[in-house]
Design a protein around this ligand. Sequence first.
Ligand SMILES: Nc1nc2c(ncn2[C@@H]2O[C@H](COP(=O)(O)OP(=O)(O)OP(=O)(O)O)[C@@H](O)[C@H]2O)c(=O)[nH]1
Length: 451
Amino acid sequence: MSDLALLDFLTSPDLPVAKHGLKRRDADLDPLMLAAVYSSGPQVTRNHYAHDFFPAVGDPRAEGAYDWTKWQAEPAKPAGQRRPRLKYVSRQEPRSQRLRRQDTETPKSSPPERSPSSSHTLPPSISRTPAHAFPSSDKSAPLEVKCMARTRVPTPHGPVFLHLYHNNHDSKEHLAIVVDPAQFAEPSQPRPAPPIRSRTLDAVWSDAETDMDRITRGAYVGRLSQTSQTPSTPSSSQHPAAAAAAAVPPPLIRVHSECFTGETIGSMRCDCGEQLDEALRQIAQPGAAAAAAARGAVVYLRQEGRGIGLLSKLRAYNLQDLGHDTVTANLLLGHGADERGYAVAAAILRDLGLGGAREPVRVLTNNPDKMAALAAEGIRVVERVPMVPRSWACRQPDAADGAWAKTSAGATMIGGGVVYGADLDKYLRTKVLRMGHMLPLIATGEEDDDP
Ligand SMILES: Nc1nc2c(ncn2[C@@H]2O[C@H](COP(=O)(O)OP(=O)(O)OP(=O)(O)O)[C@@H](O)[C@H]2O)c(=O)[nH]1
């Protein structure tokens, strides 16, 4: 309990004035670790207890103990007389040589015949692409992203292009959901704004690449069908002069983090499913100006549980049921309140031609840390568009708008309605009160229960 009191003191928003100089969130020192160190007496860690390689060494009186006071180092010998260093010699010949030998020794048999319906048989014009663009992750190397595939997905908010990205810093498959229905128009028609396309996808990947390879990975223009199959070229994603874009509002984007519970099983502990749905709904709305077609993207990062992973998030929920809020629950598990990073999101946005000097963006978020992180990554943001939870918007005195407000509660999947409940209110209030989210609080009747 005293650890919890210390933790609460260090992370509370209402620190006494004299302590305001303290870093509260994302502190370099983990408050739980500090509490553990102060209360544990001798300065040893768990590892000191667990490792005891030479049991007798610690106690010179023990049987068989070597008396280290008598130990003397070997006198240094002149360079020529030193014993040669031991060298590890493998009894196997190097793998490359073994493979070469196997190749020459194995009799060449004809490949097994496959039936035409075999799932391994590809039409001759489609070649196999490597499973991962970057065979190994290396965080010390400059960050690179590559769009591996793009495809059209019809949604209740209209068609979107789903892009799957690989990068060289982690092995996760981050996604971008691009809303740009104008790309389906005939290429001859005038475009009010440049198409949102991936440069790495439209690039030529190899000399051996066929048109069918390009089309299969999504590098095509227009609407793909049995009769329309136009591969893109690297210039397809080159943006024309900014003048064309000046007439339309900057694209609306959201950087969203994965939430299996909120998005897939409709959890009403958080508003993540609703936020994803609402973001796509807002991006897919045509702008007020006549020429302003719907245009924007959701970058969907695989940073489940604010970066702590699904396993830890589920455990955090149990701590929340014990009365802790979403921030304290993370800290009690030894995690930060928010462990996410936005470098990959910025790289994906840049790959799509968004967030640079030519195409500054409007960002859907209430999260000040996310705004700061995107700015630090060099993304040019001209406007923050707030994400008002639907359940709070419904309870505003002037809540008249929104067909979604009338749909059934709990249907949080894409195209669904509004989520509400005591758990959600508490989660939203914590985001405002402890994480600084830029959202006006409304009276929910849960205030007294806040820890
Ligand atoms: N650790 C933890 N993560 C949660 C909890 N509830 C939701 N999440 C995660 O929080 C993340 C939601 O992040 P975003 O949708 O980017 O939203 P945000 O950072 O809260 O800010 P906005 O842009 O204003 O929505 C997802 O990764 C969820 O899995 C919780 O109680 N504990």
